[in-house]
Design a protein around this ligand. Structure first.
Ligand code: ADP
Length: 350
């Protein structure tokens, strides 16, 4: 239109009418019909089939990965770990889903396995691996990263610095364990803690001793760790993809809290990390054999120390704080690994 116009109701009569009191006027429209209607807006299908193996399709990270894959023109399928099962057979191994659908045609799987289903999820991943499907993080790497003791042993062996950490079974050794990490205040960690839920600060030697012995009597394994006071309740999360730190944020604990986890009310902000921190993050992901990793680093008086390497790092906090499209980068890493190039699509998307 050459001139701006004001359209009144009369002019619209018998033309397009939007009646806000009505809804679903198209009836119960099928997914196929929707695909057909929106075809011109969607990128051409690439033929690459990628599964997100997780538990909750509504979780921010899972939704973003599905969106990012679709935006690249790939076929994305959400698989609930616990609805998948397997047939172990030398000649005809299979992955099946919900009552018998055979799922043998994927090119790649993005594992987003929650801690509660690590054992089963890793078994499913091994099965996909047997079928020749590329798994972005391997089952072996994920199970190693879920065991804080084993992971710390791998870090120390690979010359990656961690806070001094002790582990012992018998209550007879509790006092020495406390001395070993320079006494209270000290940190106690359940071996399978996530989101900071199993991490405790013991302020005095007496408190530390009774908590350690209480856990031991319950046959619960815990790590005893030197408290990095100078970190002032903050740590750094580096998101590593394929040997590169693609994003980093600083997480700051809420008032009166020493744990900086976002689930514990910590605040995230974009941060420029130092070269030695970048190097530590990349080496840590490599030592754990993780292609995608969330590496947590704490700043101490003796330099950066490695806290943890997470195999299913959340996307929400880091995407919101940095404005980066991390899900897209994860999909691109799969394309690169599968030597998949999309000249036509790329020209449109880049
Ligand atoms: P989780 O896997 O449960 O998140 P972490 O080991 O990452 O457990 O610890 C949770 C949070 O507690 C960290 O993000 C950090 O803020 C704080 N924290 C952990 N270990 C130490 C430590 N040794 N000294 C000081 N703060 C620590």
């Amino acid at each position: 239109m050459e001139y701006r116009m004001l359209l009144g109701r009369e002019a619209l009569n018998a033309r397009f009418l939007v009646d806000p009191s009505q809804s679903f006027l198209q009836g119960d429209i099928t997914d196929d019909r929707l695909d057909e209607l929106y075809k011109s807006y969607m990128p051409d299908k690439t033929g690459l089939r990628i599964a997100v193996l997780a538990s909750n399709p509504l979780l921010y990270s899972n939704k973003r990965l599905m969106e990012a894959g679709l935006a690249r023109g790939h076929e994305m399928v959400f698989l609930n770990v616990e609805h998948s099962y397997m047939k172990l057979d030398t000649t005809e191994p299979e992955v099946r889903y919900r009552g018998g659908n055979v799922l043998n045609k994927f090119d790649a799987v993005i594992p987003r396995i929650k801690p509660a289903v690590t054992f089963y999820g890793c078994a499913m991943l091994r099965q996909f691996d047997t079928l020749g499907v590329y798994c972005q993080n391997s089952a072996d790497a994920i199970s190693k990263s879920r065991d804080k003791l084993y992971a710390s042993q791998i870090f120390a062996k690979n010359d990656l610095h961690i806070p001094t950490t002790g582990f012992a079974k018998s209550p007879i050794d509790t006092k020495d364990l406390i001395r070993m990490v320079n006494g209270a205040p000290l940190i106690l960690k359940l071996l399978e803690s996530t989101q900071g839920k199993g991490v405790v600060l013991a302020e005095t030697n007496k408190a530390a001793e009774s908590v350690i012995n209480a856990f031991k009597s319950l046959k619960t394994n815990i790590l005893v760790q030197e408290f990095i006071k100078e970190a002032n309740g903050s740590d750094i999360r580096c998101f590593v993809i394929d040997g590169k730190v693609v994003a980093s944020i600083e997480r700051r604990a809420g008032k009166g809290e020493f744990r900086s986890n976002l689930h514990m009310g910590g605040q995230a902000s974009k941060i420029r990390i130092k070269p030695e921190e970048r190097k530590l993050a990349v080496r840590a992901a490599k030592a754990m054999n993780l292609v995608v990793a969330g590496v947590d680093i704490i700043r101490s008086n003796r330099g950066p120390l490695l806290l943890e390497v997470n195999s299913s790092p959340g996307l929400e906090g880091i995407e919101n704080a940095t404005g980066l499209d991390i899900a897209h980068l994860m999909i691109r890493a799969i394309e690169k690994k599968l030597k998949f190039s999309l000249p036509a699509v790329e020209a449109v998307q880049e």
